[in-house]
Design a protein around this ligand. Sequence first.
Ligand code: AHN
Ligand code: ZN
Length: 335
Amino acid sequence: MSGGFNKTLQFIVLIVISVACQETGKPSSQKETEAAKQKEIVIPGFNADSAYLFVEKQLSFGPRVPNTKAHSACAAYLEKTLNRFHAEVIVQDFKTRAYNGKVLNAKNIIASFEPEKKSRVILCAHWDSRPYADQDPDADNHRKPILGANDGASGVGVLLEIARQLKNYKPRVGIDIILFDAEDYGPPTDTQQQDETDYWGLGSQYWARNTHRINYRANYAILLDMVGVPNPSFLMEGFSMHFAPDKVKKVWDVAEEIGYGDYFLREIGGYITDDHYYINQYRKIPAINIIHLDPESVNGSFFQHWHTLGDDLGSIDRESLLIVGNTVLAVIFRE
Ligand code: AHN
Ligand code: ZN
């Protein structure tokens, strides 16, 4: 009985002492450090389940091929969702000619956070999906459109989740999320025009020559492409290293520091004509590509289901979305 009372008393005394210490016991320098910490930027946590749902939602419209209903419906969804996250959204509506002469009605969707800030970083991905499963093992599928879970939706899914975080958390730099259209309408591999690489990245080519604001500048751009594959290997892509080696190093260093060194490999990959190429070449903004590269794969460059009907939700791993999302968030919140 009395032992129990003593213990209770001891406990109360301990609480009183600890509260007293909290109020008065700290040296003033420590208090100042804490005041400074209050003003310090808080890096939000990336929610992989939320990103995964954003991928799933994009696929629910069907293949997002320009000039289709699914494409229009998905564009409306992306615009609405980015508005919901309090971004200032500009939709660039444009027509562009495909390799086969077809006129594509395309939309680049641009979401700006704190557009008044001078110092800016671009985060981008393509939101369209390819009209041709021309790498499918079954030749009967070569003219069927793909869902593009990894090839398109994964990067957009990560960026929508980042946008959701940016509604409540503000880095020191302004952020422009750019969702490019008509990236993947390049000529099928069994036509004569394969080597005409400028039929890829039509949306980024348009944006680089007609930015959404006059005299638009950004410090650099990070492109996400095929970031949802399980156990990804993000090699240092060729054009990224050519145009912006310091930005590659910055991102890879942050990734390693937060524990993702097994995925962001210090190994040079091939040159991929992707949206970042046109941002570098036409706009002179240093742009890098975070892209899963696998020289050992069946297609010699990308993941197993690249440009096949197999690029569906089954080839998306939440963990990979998390790795990329946390890395990009850490990079922009350290600026
Ligand atoms: C070329 O194959 C020329 N570029 C690949 C860019 C790409 C296609 N990214 C996704 N799909
Ligand atoms: Zn593609």
